[in-house]
Design a binder for this molecule. Structure first.
Ligand SMILES: Cc1ncc(COP(=O)(O)O)c(C=O)c1O
Length: 416
């Protein structure tokens, strides 16, 4: 067995199922699911139609590299969205389609890590759990960057000691962040690219929430855009991960891409030919249409904006709730009284975090499921940045989000 498996934690949703086990929520309140980051707005019909139109493609083995038309559509999208000259992104050597970013975020570590070097993989904390599992299974040691209220929920690269940078081979960044929705500044990305040049490591920038932002005039900056603006026009040491799952409400399409440094993508392409994750042709054609259309993405943002406005408006007088710059998550600091934190027992989980207690009791009283932040974070440097937060995904329709906000408000009011 791969020894890294012994370090891998159960997935957050397994822990959540355990937390809810044996609890009978009120039957007169229908369940509202706010724990999983699965978009529920309908997948646009034109994307579905493209899939049907090319269904005959199921008769052919797709190639790992994908069709040129798809890679061109992706390169064009990147160029327009991130203000990079079209000629600067070569669809032949700098773009690879992937079957959703999850598998790619995992496999990139397997490709670029040499376990013999005692490597370190740096990642934010809390984080998308794939980063950590990818590091362990590649034979690397994870190093966490706590993202807390004090750091505006963003990684503080200046806090990393020199000897850690020396051993770092790969860093995952996530902007906009899951779970906080915080967006890294261009200056911070520049700083990181400078460090990557100095210490020679790879930056894997998970930008899968980049299209769900609040301010239409201020889209989140991307890593390739930053690299190009700094004069790193070949995107050395930089790769980005983008997905249609959140942008185009197509999580079941399993479509995304990796783009950036051709010197990384070349061996990664070779790795992928063995991994065998080629994207089916109908999916490639549906993806081309999706990347070529922005109208549905603008509509999608408007739907989330309305939900954030209503949700936050209802809850703002009972808790400290902030609208994130991007994503569809509220990263809520749990307004728990000492009573709930200390004396009331949390199901069968003595020693539960405030986040777990809040999530469990909210389910028990209001039949709403949210995700304890501690399931997305680890204790590092004496801090567990998720222990007093819950992640609330505003993926349900507006009316359900409004109903959830009223019930959460009711729950918080009874706590106090
Ligand atoms: C931060 C982050 N990265 C990547 C993914 C993977 O998305 P997909 O595999 O659908 O592209 C998710 C999914 O929830 C995510 O939250």
């Amino acid at each position: 067995m791969n020894p890294g498996l012994t370090f891998c934690h159960p997935y957050p949703f397994e822990k959540l199922a355990q937390l809810k086990h044996g609890i009978n929520p009120p039957t007169n309140k229908r369940h509202i699911a706010m724990s999983i980051g699965e978009p529920t707005h309908p997948t646009p019909e034109f994307i579905q139609n493209a899939m049907f139109e090319h269904i005959g493609g199921l008769g052919t083995y797709p190639t790992t590299k994908g069709i040129l038309e798809l890679r061109k559509a992706i390169a064009d999208w990147l160029s327009i969205r991130f203000n990079i000259p079209a000629a600067a992104i070569d669809p032949e050597t700098q773009v690879l389609p992937v079957s959703g970013t999850r598998e790619a975020l995992f496999s990139i570590a397997q490709c670029v890590i040499d376990p013999a070097e005692k490597p370190i993989v740096i990642m934010p904390n809390p984080f998308y759990q794939i980063y950590e599992g990818a590091a362990f299974l590649a034979g690397a040691e994870p190093y966490f960057l706590n993202t807390t209220e004090a750091t505006d929920y963003l990684p503080d690269f200046a806090s990393v000691p020199d000897d850690i940078w020396q051993r770092c081979r790969l860093i995952y960044i996530c902007s906009p962040g899951n779970p906080s929705g915080a967006v890294m500044s261009q200056a911070s990305m520049e700083h990181l690219i400078g460090l990557a040049e100095k210490y020679d490591f790879i930056i894997a920038s998970d930008e899968c929430y980049s299209e769900l932002y609040d301010d239409e005039n201020d889209p989140p900056v991307g890593l390739l855009q930053t690299a190009y603006a700094m004069g790193n026009t070949a995107f050395k040491r930089c790769i980005v991960f983008h997905s249609l799952s959140k942008r185009s409400n197509a999580p079941g399409l399993r479509s995304g891409f990796v783009a950036g440094d051709a010197d990384i993508l070349k061996p990664y392409f070779q790795y992928r030919t063995y991994q065998g994750c080629a994207m089916p042709l109908p999916t490639q054609h549906a993806s081309i249409r999706a990347w070529q259309d922005e109208a549905h993405v603008i509509e999608n943002r408007a739907l989330y904006r309305a939900k954030f406005a209503a949700f936050i408006n209802i809850l703002s007088d009972v808790c400290d709730i902030q609208k994130p710059a991007a994503s569809f998550y509220v990263w809520l600091k749990v307004p728990i009284s000492d009573d709930l934190q200390g004396e009331r027992e949390c199901g069968k989980l003595p020693g539960a975090t405030a986040a777990e207690k809040f999530a469990q009791q909210l389910f028990a009283h209001e039949n709403i499921t949210v995700l304890p932040g501690s399931y997305l974070s680890r204790e590092f440097d004496g801090i567990n940045p998720g222990q007093n937060h819950v992640r609330i995904a505003l993926v349900a329709p507006l009316a359900e989000c409004i109903e959830a906000a009223h019930r959460i408000k009711n729950f918080i009011t009874t706590l106090n």
